[in-house]
Design a binder for this molecule. Sequence first.
Ligand code: PSU
Ligand code: MN
Length: 307
Amino acid sequence: MFRKYLDIKPEVAKALAEGKAVVALESTIISHGMPYPQNVKTALEVESIVRENGAIPATIAILGGRLKVGLTEDEIEYLGKAKNVIKTSRRDIPFIVAKGVDGATTVASTMILAALAGVKVFATGGIGGVHRGAQETYDVSADLQELAQTNVAVVCAGAKSILDIGLTLEYLETHGVPVVGYQTEELPAFYTRKSGFGVDYRIDSPVELATALKAKWDLGLQGGMVVANPIPEAYAMDYDVITEAINSAVKEAEEKGIKGKESTPFLLAKVKELTAGTSLDANIQLVYNNAKVAAQLAVEYQTLQNK
Ligand code: PSU
Ligand code: MN
């Protein structure tokens, strides 16, 4: 039934049919997470890195109401420039399809489309989570509920401290979502390698990660996995600089009454502005690093599956 809504890029369809590794990539990071032209440049470079590490990239979005698993270079360029692309999470998908318009997929909706196509591994920058002050606002990203129910592993650089990282971890624990540290015992906080919070398990190699993922799904344990991969040391930001920028961004969002789906994009843009763009460089580098680990994981997972 769902197939009539779905356009899988031929190269991706072929890889899936042949049991080759595929890595899903999201598009909200392109449309709402980074400015043009860095967004397009990064998205294309991420695809190359996935290829260099032995997997086929599938950037995911909704274009003209069609669910696209795998975009062409022109489509990525279009998404990066377009002004009217709608940030699309789980609840939005049916309406973007029904109206036949363009939607950039968040972590939640990218997981949904990846799962429909049979893609198991996904690389991004950071996931959404429980926002600071959520005790009052109830602002909890739909990404977390998606991780609880959809079978896709998400390689990210941890959670940004625009969020309440402690509450985000509690939420994931309640919903049975494993939070794995890739070569780290501490959960990274996106721009920095440290957050002050531990991970559930430290895993040091892609094959070990793949083995755990396969066991999870073979056992029918529904849901995803957060693979938290720290930003490379050379690109990590100064803890005090980024903390101050984030605190002032959160304060400004509160004062301006920014709510709902606008909240995350507002905070991301504000932090970038306050750090004179150095956070954008860090953001780009950590996404590259996640693409590499995701491709390696996808290759090992596929090797186990094909045995
Ligand atoms: N965090 C980032 N960069 C991003 C996002 C989050 O560091 O681009 C995007 C992702 O697409 C994520 C979404 O899924 O924001 C979460 O939005 P919300 O909090 O409204 O669910
Ligand atoms: Mn929200």
